[in-house]
Design a protein around this ligand. Structure first.
Ligand code: PNS
Length: 159
């Protein structure tokens, strides 16, 4: 059983995330999408809301499950029988930080990191840009799943 993790904040999940999750689901037996519980970082959606959206948009995959984690990713991996992390690389600018984390995770617990090149359609995409554009009334349709788009619209209307 090859089980991998796609970790992140997913505030909210974008089509770029979904592309990586879907491709990982085609390669491995099980993909665990792990949402970091980070009490120090301000978020637009609660962890429960993020998990609910992730659950909805990954419903079509029989081998994807969504969980929360706090603390070290390598500890989550050990507790869940996960030997590798799958990450998307958008651009060279992602590389330095991602490589540092990958090497540290390997040094800490021999957890491997596998990088997938992002679909060029989404190489400019990030959750923070989506939130900023949506906040100022810009069009983010096509960048996030329809379900998330609705949730974004109603959350921003509340503010
Ligand atoms: O979507 P993000 O915020 O870029 O995801 C970053 C994440 C959650 C993958 C990274 O911050 C992480 O793994 N955090 C858990 C804490 C940890 O293990 N830190 C040491 C990394 S070497």
């Amino acid at each position: 059983m090859q089980r991998v993790v796609c970790p992140g904040s997913f505030d909210p999940v974008t089509n770029g995330h979904l592309d990586i999750i879907g491709r990982a689901a085609g390669l491995y037996d099980e993909v665990v999408v792990a949402v970091l519980v980070n009490l120090t970082k301000r978020s637009l959606f609660t962890v429960d809301e993020r998990l609910e959206m992730l659950g909805e948009v990954t419903r079509g995959y029989g081998n994807v499950r969504c969980e929360r984690f706090h603390g070290l990713l390598v500890d989550f991996c050990a507790a869940n029988g996960i030997t590798a992390v799958v990450k998307g690389l958008r651009a060279v600018s992602d590389f330095e930080y991602e490589m540092q984390m990958a090497q540290m995770n390997y040094r800490l617990a021999k957890v491997e990191t596998l990088f997938m090149t992002t679909n060029p359609l989404y190489s400019f995409l990030s959750s923070s840009l989506v939130k900023e554009i949506a906040k100022y009334g810009g069009d983010v349709s096509g960048l996030v799943p329809e379900y998330v788009l609705e949730r974004l619209r109603s959350r921003l209307a509340e503010e």
